[in-house]
Design a protein around this ligand. Sequence first.
Ligand code: ZN
Length: 368
Amino acid sequence: MESVRFLASEIGSRPAGSPSESRARDYLQGRLAEMDLSVETRIFTFRGWRALAPPTLHVEDDELKAVALPYTFATDARGVEGVLRFEGDWPVIPGRLSCLRFRLENAAGEPLAAVLASPAGEARPLPNTLPLLSIPAVVISAEDGRRLRAHVDGNRLRARIVSARIWEGPLQSANLVVDLAGHDRFVVVLAHYDCVDGSQGANDNASGAALLLRLVRRSCEDGSGGVRFVLCGAEEPFIVGSRCYAAELCASGELQRIGACLNLDMVAVGDRFSVRRPDSSLWARAVSAMEHVSPAGLPIRESGAMPSSDHWAFHEFGIPSAQLTREPDEAWHSHGDTANRFSESDLDDAEAVAARLLEVARKELASR
Ligand SMILES: [Zn+2]
C-alpha cells in the first residue's frame, strides 16, 4: 500500500508522457533497486494528445458537463452545430463494455461529432479503442445520457459541441524490465503505471504495479525463475508501452522465448476476480486447475480475452495472454479512483491469486 499511496496520493494523476508519469517510473525503479535488482529502462516515443479546455455541449438551452474522448479530433472555436440522433450502443471495450452513443449530424445527415454516455456515474475519459473515431467526440454522465436518450426520441434536438485539443509530441515514456527468466521459456508479467488525466489511478493501476512489486519480491525469495516482469508506461493511449515492448521482442527474435503473458490491471476493488483469457490456452488450464475462490473468499471467474489492457499487445503476437482483474469498479477512470478504497489485505488476496496462476503456468512451460 505504500507504493499505491505514493503513486496515487503523493504523485496523483500520471498521464502517459507527462512529468508525473516519469516521477512514478523513478519511484518504481527505486523500489526495484532496493531489492538489488538490475532494471532495464526501455524508452519509447509516441504521439500525444491534449485537451486545451473542457469541451462544451449545448443541447437546446441546456449546457451539459462533458469531457473529451481522448485522441479524438478538435472543432474550431465556434464548434459544430446540428441535430442529435441516438445511434445505439458503442463498444467501449469490445465484448465487455458498451455505452450509449449519439451523433450530431448536419442537414445532409452527415456526422459532425459523437456524444457518448459514461456506462455509469460521472462523465469520464473512456478509452478510445481502435479504429479511432475520426470526428470530435465527447463523453457525458450516465444520467445525462439516459435523459438525452428519452428526449431525443421523436424530437429534432439542436446541439452544439466545442472541443479544443491538440496533437503533440513525440512524447516519451518507458517500460521497466526486470528479468528473472533463467530458463529458456518464460512468462512475462505486466502492469501499467500510467493513468488517465484527472484520476489518481489508485486501482487503475497503482494496484497492479504494487502487486507486480510483490511478485518480484516473491520470485526473488523462492528463486523459481521463469518470469520476466515489465512495468509498462503509456497503457491508456492504445496500450502503447506494451505494444512497443512486444514489437522490440519480435524484432530481436526473443518473442519465441515467451510462453505466456499475465497482465495485472485493476486488482484491488470489486466483488470478484476475473481472469480474461483465450479459450483452451495455458491460462484456461491454469484457472481450471485452481480453486475458484480467493483466500479472502472472493469468487474467481473466467471470461474470454478482450482488448482491455496490456496483455492484448502480446495476444496480438499469438502469445497466450490473460488479464487478472477484480471487478466491477464503478470509479474506473474517474476522480473517485483513490487509495482509500482498498487496503493491504486486498493486495494480499490478489497476490495469492496471481501467484497460483503463475505457478501453474510456470510448471506447464517447464514441463514442455
Ligand atoms: Zn488499467
